[in-house]
Structure formats: C-alpha cells, structure tokens
Design a protein around this ligand. Structure first.
Ligand SMILES: [Zn+2]
Length: 440
C-alpha cells in the first residue's frame, strides 16, 4: 500500500483513485472523523522557542466517533506557522487555514489527516467514508446526513477542479516551496535515534542530490544543527516529515530537520513490505533544499512525487523534474555566478543603532532601529550572522525604511548575532553591531 510522504490534499485525488485502501484504512483507524469549518488558525511561539498554530474547528457533523464525545468545537495545536518574519513549515503534517471546510480525522486533540472539502477530493473522500460506513453496518444517520448536507450546501460553489489549476509546472514536473538556501550548500547531522546502519543510505540520498547537476551540496557533519532523527509521527499516513525554517521577507532558509516515523518498518535494502530509507531520505532532502511535490499525474515517477510504496526504491534516482528544480534553484554545476560588478553603490553609514525592545527574546518580534546616511530604502537589507544564521548569514528586509531611518521587526531564534546593513545583495557592508536573543 502506498503511503503519503507529505500531506497535500489536492494530491489525494490520485491516491484515492489508485489505492482505495488508503482512505479506508484511515477511516478504520481514526477514532474521530468529522466535517467542519476552521474558524481560526493563529500562530504563536511557545516556551520551547518553536512556532505552533492554535486551530479552532467548528464541528458541522460527526461521521465517526469512538471516543464518546460530541464536540461542538475542536481546539488543538499543530507544529509550524508564521510569527512576524519567521516561518516554520512541516512538509508532511496537516496544515489548517482559517475559513477552510475540512474533513478531520484523528482524536479530539490531535489531527492525523485533513482533507479540504471544497474540492473534488473532499467530495470523493466523503463519499468513500459514507460507503465504508454502509459496508461496515454503521451507515451515516439521517440526522448526521441532514446536518452534513446543510453544511455542504452553505459552502456555495465548489472549486470545479482545483488540482488542475494548482499544478504550476506540469510540463517540467518541478515544484518549489518558495524559500531556498542563500548559498548552494547545507550540512546535515544524524541524531542518536538513527540506526548506525542507516548512515550510508542517507549519505547515498545526499549524494543523489549532489550529483543532480547543480552546484548544491549536502555534506555530513556530526555537529550540524540540521538533524535527521527517528521518532513517533503518529498513526497517520506520514512516513517522514521535514521541518523547514525560513525568513518570509528574504525567503531564505536557515534551518531544517527531518524525522522518519518510527511507526513504520524501515529497510536499507528495499525489502518487500518495508519502507526504504534511501528512497524516502532523498525525497525529504528535496524538501530540505526547497522543492515540493509536482501534482500532475504525469509526474508520478519523480522523486518529489508525494507518495511512496513499501518496497519501493525508484525514488533513489532523480528524474528530470527533480533535477530541473534543483538546477533552477541553485544554478547548473560548472557555471560561475556573475561576479558582482565593481560597485558604486554607497555603503550605509550608521549613526545610531538600538533594540527598541526591553528584552530581546525569541518568543517576541524584535524591533531593531537604525539611523544613518546612504540608505537606499528600496534595496536596503540586513545581513545577520551568528545564531541560527551561522557564518553564511541570513538576509532580512526592514519593516520600514527611509533614506535616514530603518526599522526591522523580526522574530529571531535565540543566539548571539552580528548585524550589518547593505544596499542590496553583493554590495559593501556597514560597520557591525551585535545583539543577543535569549530563549525566554
Ligand atoms: Zn514530500
């Protein structure tokens, strides 16, 4: 049976038509299935420094319930979200947006799957659940049916065919998350939960991308902040999940981590009935460098295709769409980047620097104020080094800028940073200032 690598509702169309068991299994396993509307989804930073999103779901109809509760509303936290300029995405966990009408599968406190109802996929899923209940002798009651129908009717016109217009690049089978690394390289490290026998399979997956025709290179480093681990990702269909953190304004990645779900049985030799480490690692590393799932069914052979089967090893080798995406993001191997021309762009000259926040903490946006001359508002940016940005640095854009004043408003993970200004990438940097962000 195929499993989802990442949960992307529009892609379930294919899974539903090709592998009927997936949703039936989910339906069988989930303690709670309901239809409802997401009334709010608010991101916040918790004490552990991680971004979470508090989701509230108004329940329209309960389709299955083994927990003996009849919630009118669910409220639960999911990992990931956006606070200020800082964004954290978990590529494989369900995500919720305010206003969405969804099928929710899970427990009262933890979603396992989410399917957007305003799509052909959602209707198919609903029909399948109804059929499953008929078959298992617990049909949807008239009462539930009438509530559900009222709910569906108030949705207005359904998206006619979302999966076709959402497919941005069906010809090339390359799809992009948006953010990428500022330099074509990142390290990765292995947590102690990763069996030692997996190291070479993960290395082979990294090498697959390193030989994909671009300048990009993954390299193993025991001290890397970007870790790969094995842990419990729940009973849903997620095989593995990659956490990607980036700044919204500059679309620059600063951190990734990857987790294999220990609820599945893993193999490094493509053994039948088990999931192959290299096959999945190379897909997840594709997320870690900025690619996402191509959705056209003609792209099903790509490594970045959203689902994988037990015993499958075909993703170990990259396909044209994977390689094209890689090269588009990071440039072709062997080509040289155009050197920054000898510049006449003025270097920002600073006369004032201050943190306009009594305490610089990772859980709140940090206001940084500059005054000076030679500031070009359209191009000015700050280069942060240290902390999560390392020696390579992160670029952030100001929330407000004039030729003499700048305000940056960013939520920055804990660490000690050096900040310098420049009038656009490649131009000379101002004198440095330093600041420290504490965890709380
Ligand atoms: Zn994926």
């Amino acid at each position: 049976m195929n499993r989802l690598l990442c949960f992307a509702p529009l892609l379930l169309v294919t899974a539903l038509s090709a592998q009927h068991k997936t949703l039936e299994d989910l339906t069988k396993d989930a303690p709670l299935i309901l239809a409802g509307r997401v009334t709010s989804a608010d991101s916040y930073i918790a004490e552990d420094g991680e971004i979470y999103t508090r989701v509230r779901l108004e329940v329209a109809a309960v389709l299955k319930n083994t927990e003996d509760v009849s919630p009118a509303e669910l409220a639960f936290d999911i990992k990931g979200g956006q606070v200020g300029d800082r964004v954290v995405v978990f590529t494989d966990a369900p995500r919720f947006e305010a206003g969405e009408d969804v099928l929710y599968l899970g427990t009262t406190t933890q979603p396992e799957e989410k399917i957007n109802l305003a799509s052909a996929t959602g209707r198919k899923a609903l029909d399948r659940i109804r059929q499953y209940r008929e078959d298992s002798g617990t049909p949807v009651s008239d009462f539930e049916s009438s509530r559900l129908n009222r709910f569906l009717n108030r949705q207005g016109k359904l998206n006619s065919d979302p999966e076709t217009f959402l497919d941005l690049d069906a010809t090339t089978c390359s799809a992009y998350m948006g953010p990428k690394w500022s330099t074509p390289a990142t390290t990765y490290g292995l947590a102690s939960s990763i069996p030692s026998t997996w190291a070479s399979a993960i290395q082979a997956a990294a090498t697959g991308w390193n030989q994909g025709g671009s300048k990009f290179a993954f390299s193993f480093s025991p001290s890397s902040p970007h870790t790969i681990s094995l842990a419990d990702l729940g009973a849903g269909s997620t095989l593995a999940s990659t956490r990607v953190e980036f700044f919204q304004s500059s679309q620059q990645m600063v951190r990734f981590s990857m987790t294999f779900n220990n609820r599945y049985t893993w193999t490094t030799t493509g053994q039948a009935g088990q999931f192959d480490v290299q096959n999945i690692a190379i897909h997840e590393l594709g997320h870690a460098l900025g690619l996402t799932h191509p959705s056209a069914s003609t792209c099903a052979e790509e490594t970045m295709w959203f689902s994988a089967g037990a015993g499958e090893t075909k993703k170990r080798s990259l396909e044209p769409g994977d390689k094209n995406g890689l090269v588009t993001l990071y440039g072709a191997a062997g080509t040289t980047t155009t050197p920054t021309p000898a510049t006449t762009v003025a270097t920002p000259s600073l006369t004032y620097f201050a943190l306009a926040t009594t305490k610089a903490i990772a859980t709140k946006p940090l206001a940084i104020v500059f005054r000076g001359t030679n500031l070009i508002p359209a191009n000015i940016e700050a280069l942060l080094t240290g902390g999560v940005c390392g020696a390579t640095g992160c670029t952030v854009k100001p929330a407000g800028a004039s030729t003499t004043d700048l305000v940056f408003l960013n939520t920055i993970p804990a660490g000690s940073y050096t900040i310098r200004l420049r009038n656009g990438a490649g131009n000379p940097l101002s004198t440095p200032n330093t600041f420290t962000v504490t965890a709380n």
